[in-house]
Design a protein around this ligand. Sequence first.
Ligand code: SAH
Ligand code: SF4
Ligand code: F3S
Length: 471
Amino acid sequence: MHLPNYVDARRRENNDYKRVEFKFDDKIRNKYLGKTYFLKTYGCQMNEHDSENIDALLIELGFSKVDDYEDADLVLLNTCSIRENAHNKAFGMLGRLKHLKEKKHNLIIGLCGCMAQEASVVEDILNKYKYVNFVFGTHNLYQLPQILDSAISSLRQEIEVFSKEGDLVEGLPVVRANSYKAYVNIIYGCNKFCTYCIVPYTRGKERSRAKEDILKEVDELINSGYKEITLLGQNVNAYGKDLYSDYNLGNLLEDIAKKDIPRIRFMTSHPWDFTDEMVSVIGKYKNIMPSVHLPVQSGSNRILKLMGRRYTKESYLELFNKIKSSVPNVAISTDIIVGFPGETENDFLETLDLAQKCKYDNAFTFIFSPREGTPACKLKDDVTITEKEERLQRLNEIVNKYFLFNNKKLEGKVVSVLVEGLSEKNDMYFGYTDTNKLINFTVNRDVKIGDIVDVRVTSAKTWSLDGELVG
Ligand code: SAH
Ligand code: SF4
Ligand code: F3S
């Protein structure tokens, strides 16, 4: 048994991690043929992509996937710790699984992902959720086959969570959720330690994948007909810093852009690591999508400092304007937190002012959620929850207004769309524009999922566009 702890999780030592090639243990391949599993994924794209690896590992063990947890022999929750809400959802699901297990004694229950890296969660599982059979963390996902196999054979609770990053494992099997768009990890972990955020503790230090491994994965995706790849990391703009002295996200984007792939996306970008070279590469290549997610969190310099964000409202706006002027038709989206401990009405007005200046194309807005073990959790907080909710509402009214304002500007224009599917009523197709806006559109000829087509925007709504296929 290995339990997580925050002392190790906080360390950022200069230990070199080895690159190792994953190998599936042949002794347990197909051992569970005939058994079924249900996998529930919470949280960000990082977790979604991890779940694509988990799917592949479980399938190699012989399991087959079901869509209803009540039909499954194994239920695995890939969890998220970012806000209390995410926690509550996973614990709520564990409650439902307890009832199911009372009727179905052989049910195997597992938990992984970011919550597994939290000492207090694992302690609860040891003491109060004894019916959970196994837990593994974000650093040892590749050990899932062994951990699960030993939990099933030993009938003991298996808890294997490491708070120190292990080797950088390449060659994990993957079952991709789509056949036309794919995620590619480029950097794991985060070194920023924003004072409110739990991610540096649950995902460990920044570790970049070797460029050769990334480029090889991209080549394989191109050869399999993929149209869009999204480069993933908690902060993709820090790519390469730990590995190279002269190769960064700009260079990587450029190397990928020269390949025959129609759409390249990347997320998330911390403003601190955004260099002028990166901005100019994004503007230079047509296949790098004009869409940048640039979380600002707050418009108040005092709060930004307390958050440890390392930029000011003024330097953020400078970068924002540089991206706007260098990348034609770029759409910029953001994340904003309201109700950080001690946020005053004036601090909040600074955030509203920034939202008005930036007129974001999209924004994810949150109420601050204290995360155990983070510095902000210990700050005195005299802002009431009612005030916080009211601020969130006022902010949402403003950002929503600009979503519509930006979408309206597209009415009558022709946009490029990657077709993703048929709408629920089967009368329209839907897809995403190069600027990452959802569009529903009618067609007058056959189109296929995965095609990139031209669509004329006929009307704009706050969260989506309507359109008609051109030509
Ligand atoms: N690595 C990304 C963000 C990952 S988390 C970045 O830095 O841009 C996604 C968003 O969740 C953050 O941008 C932040 O707005 C929000 N978030 C993180 N911790 C939070 C907390 N404790 N309470 C409320 N929102 C939080
Ligand atoms: Fe969290 Fe900040 Fe790292 Fe983003 S950059 S994951 S908000 S610590
Ligand atoms: Fe959540 Fe972990 Fe992602 S905390 S947002 S799943 S990195």
